[in-house]
Design a protein around this ligand. Structure first.
Ligand code: GLU
Length: 446
């Protein structure tokens, strides 16, 4: 099982290089100071460890693990930890760079980080998973901390994993420190809205960009690849808003029904048999894999699984008028160019999936102040933040005559540049860095 589906036709084979390409392109467009680009080309700090896991049968397993603090110019680093058998360092670096840009786009005072363990979590028992979570914290305790680096859930980790990790951190510290990790269970310092926050954030962004995306107001059809936490929550919200969910896919298969799918029925089939593909009903077609949904007949294609879902080899098949990136990096740079050429608008990951980290920020504020945030307070903070970010990106796209992706990177880069140069010995002009190479002086700034 590989996380990367990159097609041989994609010119940039490495995930980190592909992630950095967007930063470089935005920097060229803006005339970003070269030292800022140089700073952002490398992670600030990366640690690798081998986690020793005592299996239930008393044998010993070894799992590679990483934590990458990419950049902390805007605040303590923030980002999830994934458990996946194909995780690797370059992927962790790419994801940490995306977190850096994501926090900057939505203007929350965090830098970016990411962590991973190379493991198939489905092959482990609950007690083994708990020991693995403890081992991770033990190995990276010197890196994480409530004012330094704050982990959260990511692929195949959840509130329970976060509780195990926070518990292990507290054990080492000798006292509880809930602000060290977000995405915890509600009973253990978490927020009720956190698990659905990424889907809710994507929904709010879609609404804020409705005019630009020009989706039919009623009955727009949607295919969603990925029916986990984020994809599932978004499916419910879209359905409730009048959209017709025609395609759903997960790692084992997909179903397609032009008249619309019964979400409760699909959920029940997945719970009982393991996949959305096990759902049967009148007019429901079973597809061999979720990839087959890329070219499905729909108005909106939601990518909520893993990276590289749409690549140079299948981008031309996309029939949707808009693509919403709920996963991190689901469209390769080559596919991005193909979609743009074909007039498909892409709502980029660093904006579309930022709802999770925004609610993580609320949880962190709650934990640090030993306060209790109400559901309304969290929702209103999320709505304000996502709307403001979507509008800023939309305005920047018009200002620069750029795609939403390039605009999102431009918004992020302007904030990062100002913060990075604020501590540089280079001459600055008030808040706005003025020391820039010849030829870049006239570049658009904001
Ligand atoms: N893993 C999530 C993401 O990729 C959330 C990170 C967080 O809450 O810190 O955005």
């Amino acid at each position: 099982m590989a996380t990367s589906k990159r097609n041989p036709r994609d010119a940039v084979p490495d995930l980190f290089d592909a992630a950095f390409l967007h930063v470089r392109q935005a920097a060229e467009r803006l005339g970003t100071h070269p030292e800022v680009l140089q700073t952002l080309h490398y992670p600030k700090e990366t640690l690798a460890a081998n986690l020793l896991l005592r299996r239930d049968d008393a044998s010993l397993a070894t799992h590679k693990a990483w934590r990458c603090r990419y950049n902390d110019a805007l605040g303590p680093t923030k980002g999830g930890i994934r458990f996946h058998p194909a995780s690797n360092l370059r992927e962790v670096m790419a994801l940490a760079l995306w977190m850096t840009c994501k926090c900057a786009v939505v203007d929350i005072p965090y830098g970016g980080a990411k962590g991973a363990v190379c493991v198939d979590p489905h092959a482990l028992s609950d007690t083994e998973l708990q020991r693995l979570a403890h081992a991770y914290v033990h190995a990276f305790a010197r890196m994480i901390g409530p004012e330094r680096d704050i982990p959260a859930p990511d692929v195949a980790t959840d509130a329970r994993t976060m509780a195990w990790m926070a518990d292990e951190y507290a054990r080492g510290l000798g006292r509880p420190e809930p602000a060290v990790i977000t995405g915890k269970p509600v009973a253990y310092g978490g927020l009720a809205g956190r698990s659905g926050a990424t889907g809710m954030g994507g929904f709010l962004v879609l609404r804020a960009l409705a005019r630009r995306l020009d989706l039919p107001r009623k009955d727009a059809s949607v295919s969603i690849i990925g029916f986990g936490n984020a994809g599932g929550a978004l499916a419910d919200l879209l359905h409730g808003d009048g959209y017709r969910i025609v395609g759903l896919g997960d790692s084992k298969g997909a179903v397609f029904a032009p008249a619309g799918l019964d979400l409760d029925g699909v959920r029940e089939a997945k719970r009982a048999h393991g996949s959305v593909a096990d759902y049967t009903g009148k007019g429901v077609r079973r597809l061999r894999s979720a990839d087959a949904l890329v070219g499905s007949d729909c108005d909106l294609l939601v990518l909520a699984a893993l990276q590289d879902e749409v690549h140079a080899g299948n981008a031309d098949e996309v029939r949707a008028r808009a693509v919403l990136e709920i996963a991190n990096g689901p469209v390769t740079p080559d596919a991005d160019a193909i979609l743009a050429r074909n007039g498909v608008e892409v709502v980029p990951d660093i904006l579309a999936n930022a709802g999770g980290v925004v609610v993580s920020y609320c949880e962190w504020l709650q934990n640090r102040s030993r306060d209790a945030w109400s559901g309304e307070r969290v929702q209103s903070r999320l709505e304000d933040t996502m709307r403001a970010a979507a509008r800023r990106v939309d305005d920047t796209a018009q200002e620069l005559d750029a795609s939403l992706r390039q605009a999102a990177y431009a918004v992020a880069l302007r904030r990062l540049e100002a913060a990075i140069l604020a501590t540089s010995p280079l001459p600055t002009n008030g808040d706005s860095p003025s020391a820039r190479p010849a030829g870049a002086q006239g570049a658009a700034r904001g």
